[in-house]
Design a protein around this ligand. Structure first.
Ligand SMILES: [Zn+2]
Length: 443
């Protein structure tokens, strides 16, 4: 960290300090990211790709961008998967103990009347594949927890979510009839966390997530012997449907054909309201543009908001945008994403070759909690734009609470702090502004 005096002096000398200070004052007074997120989560709610709510959310972003005076507001069409949860999903242990479960996104449903089977607990995909006869006709229960000793929860997630994504395929190889997967969280509550799963070749068996308390109860019952679960899932995969990314921008005054993209994903899971994941990222980017418009700031390069569709279970919006970028006449100078929750900012990931030079901007970002730049910056939606030469940037907020709510019914607006969310919006607005005005300093 720079000393306060040095940082203040560097801030004041910088030609971009006035714009950033003006955005800070307006943003922290009005807290626009939060009021937009409140509206999105309360009026529309969870927004699974292909759902009526996702379609409403597209129109909502269009309207908001138009209201704030964004230019070239438009939908960029893409086809998306259409998975529906259905009603009445449930599971019961030994006919009397209800288990807290929710179907994983992409799962097939159970046959009518459900599945009734004995349980076998495993810790890994390999163990499930090697069950052989012991897996036949059983429900395989994946119970490897997050590694709590890792300071970064994203690393813990990365070390466990192969069970969610590939558990059903692995268990089916041993003749299992369904899988239950310990939720991808360190929280101690019983809210199950959904998320995408994928089938490989071979039979498609139903898959559901278990709340942590239910997972512990199930594991204890299996150890005692004679654990049986009845599982009912009414989800199904329907044909793809049309959907869209939403775009809006401020045209650059000097280099209109050099574009800085910033955004998050508009789709979410249906269990909660998609507040942290990723209503936060979408509304932060919208707020950044709103502040620039309201203050009549005129960036040299074009600054564009993109609300990407279908990050959760297909990435079709990111693919559609990347396809567009490949043949577009404009140059994608940078692409920024916020998809790690609306918590207090800590850092920006940035393309490794820009890391050292970007550090000169830290004095202008420290007010918003940005302590450092780290190598990286490519996330699910902006990442593909690295192929067209965009500088990749990703907002990294504090991550200790993210997986408490991620893909669960607890991902609601009351878990979002209005000032912390705005700090992220201001960090994005400031970095977008610096990329626009002073981006050549990274060359
Ligand atoms: Zn997300």
């Amino acid at each position: 960290m720079l000393s306060l005096l040095v940082a203040t002096a560097l801030f004041q000398q910088n030609p971009n300090a006035d714009a950033i200070l003006a955005m800070r004052k307006k943003g922290l007074t009005e807290l626009g990211a939060y009021s937009m997120l409140d509206e999105l989560t309360s009026k529309i709610g969870g927004r699974v790709s292909g759902s009526p709510e996702a379609a409403k959310a597209v129109l909502w972003v269009v309207k908001k961008l138009e209201q704030m005076g964004a230019e070239n507001v438009q939908q960029m069409p893409c086809m998306v998967p259409h998975w529906v949860r259905g009603k009445g999903e449930r599971a019961t242990l030994n006919t009397v103990h209800p288990l807290s479960i929710t179907a994983l996104g992409g799962s097939v449903g159970t046959p009518k009347g459900g599945i009734d089977a004995e349980l076998v607990e495993v810790q890994s995909l390999k163990e499930a594949e090697e069950l052989g006869e012991r897996g036949k006709g059983k429900i395989v229960f994946f119970n490897r927890p997050f590694d709590p000793t890792l300071p970064q929860t994203f690393a813990a997630y990365g070390g466990a979510n192969d069970q969610r994504v590939g558990g059903a395929t692995a268990a089916a190889k041993s003749g299992a009839v369904a899988v239950l997967v310990r939720s991808m969280t360190l929280a101690k509550d019983d809210a199950p966390h959904t998320g995408a799963m994928r089938y490989g070749d071979g039979p498609k068996i139903p898959a559901a997530a278990l709340g942590i308390q239910s997972a512990e109860m199930l594991s204890a019952a299996i150890k005692k012997g004679g654990a049986k679960v009845k599982l009912v899932l009414n989800c199904q995969n329907l044909p793809d449907v049309p959907s869209a990314n939403v775009l809006g921008e401020i045209k650059g005054s000097e280099k209109p054909d050099e574009v800085i993209v910033m955004g998050g994903h508009l789709d979410s899971w249906d269990t909660g309201k998609g507040a942290h994941d990723d209503g936060a990222g979408v509304t932060q980017a919208m707020e950044a543009l709103r502040l620039m418009r309201a203050l009549n700031l005129k960036p040299k390069r074009t600054i564009r908001v993109v609300a990407w569709m279908n990050e959760e279970n297909g990435g079709r919006g990111a693919k559609a945008y990347a396809e567009y970028a490949k043949t577009a006449k404009e140059k994608h100078f940078a692409a920024m994403e916020s998809d790690s929750g609306g918590f207090m900012p800590r850092a920006f990931g940035i393309s490794e070759d820009k890391l050292e030079k970007a550090k000169a901007w830290l004095p202008l970002l420290q007010d918003f909690g940005i302590e450092k730049f780290v190598a990286g910056g490519g996330d699910a939606d902006n990442g593909p734009l690295g192929a067209v030469g965009a500088i990749l940037c990703a907002l990294q907020p504090d991550n200790q609470r993210y997986f408490d709510y991620h893909h669960a019914r607890t991902d609601t607006i009351d878990k979002v702090n209005p000032r912390e969310l705005e700090m992220g919006a201001l960090a994005m607005a400031s970095l977008a502004w610096l990329l626009s005005e002073d981006g050549d300093s990274l060359k």
